[in-house]
Design a protein around this ligand. Sequence first.
Ligand SMILES: NC(=O)c1ccc[n+]([C@@H]2O[C@H](COP(=O)([O-])OP(=O)(O)OC[C@H]3O[C@@H](n4cnc5c(N)ncnc54)[C@H](O)[C@@H]3O)[C@@H](O)[C@H]2O)c1
Length: 344
Amino acid sequence: VSVEPTARTVDDAAEGLVLVPGGAGFVGSHLCDRLVERGCHVLALDDLSTGDAEHVAHLARHPRFRLVVRDLATGLPDEARVARRIYNLACPASPAHYQRRPVQTTLTSVLGAWHLLEHAQSVGARLLQASTSEVYGDPEVHPQRESYWGHVNPIGERSCYDEGKRCAEALCFAYRREREVAIRVARIFNTYGPRLTPGDGRVVSNFVVQALRGDPLTVYGEGRQTRSFCYVDDTVEGLLRLMDSAHEGPFNIGNPREHTVLELAELVLRLTGSRSRLEHRPLPADDPRRRRPDIVAARAALGWEPRVALEDGLQRTIEWFRATLGLPSPRTVVLPAVAAITAA
Ligand SMILES: NC(=O)c1ccc[n+]([C@@H]2O[C@H](COP(=O)([O-])OP(=O)(O)OC[C@H]3O[C@@H](n4cnc5c(N)ncnc54)[C@H](O)[C@@H]3O)[C@@H](O)[C@H]2O)c1
């Protein structure tokens, strides 16, 4: 992990406009909340392909917030040209979404990063690139350290995302080496929380919605594959700390506690009180068997580690889905007979 300060930095006291490509997405909208709370002027740029203007609707009238709808791969709008800090979160993150339009996924990652780096170079802005644990592919070492080069299928169904993100990282470091652009790279691991999209194929949203609806929980393979789940507030805190730090990374931002998919399913069933059964399906292509971040570097350099326990984070996520989808608790038993007796 490179921890040398980048050559050009912006003055922390005068951040100016903060640009958040992907600001109407799941992680991006939580980040916008925190930035506005901090007193920043925030411009969210989003093509709403997988995000939702509803995620930032509560900020719509805020004097320090604006959402511009635009495809980042086509360039930056004029109003973004004064941005001095950029958190690039634009890119579909769930496999179901990014595999739907693989060409656009790759172009968003690569051309999106390129437009932002050109801008950063021209005004001396600092760019934080949201990279991903997917740069490690189906890892052969465990847990994954930032020094691990990864094990990615370059032509597989996931490559539009994995290789797009790897190229975006490479581009960031090329701009830093050749043109002294200030970069920060965060490799985000599985993040969950309110504002996940139901039906986007991510395991937490899948299980929670299925459990609340009383539908079978779809477990791919035997469910012995592991994931580490980081609550969105923790992930956002990691991104903010990295942006403010003198370190460029890359840093793993994720929760080092590892759970099997079956354990997650059982926890969701317990917390929702659902009687849904498990339904096993074939493993998708190139599905990683194990995923767990080593966060020693982020702990040491950023003083960051996740604080929200899985059970607490899931509880908040379940409540949000219940309220948003208008789904009753499976424990709520409707007793028409009692109502009838009372009425009588
Ligand atoms: N959530 C996770 O578990 C996770 C894990 C690793 C990395 N990440 C990264 O974090 C970022 C945010 O992920 P998320 O979970 O919030 O996903 P998301 O799909 O909810 O958010 C991505 C946002 O980017 C927008 N977008 C996509 N293509 C765009 C384009 N061409 N121009 C403008 N906007 C565009 C989408 O509309 C959406 O609002 C992504 O870059 C993702 O790769 C997320």
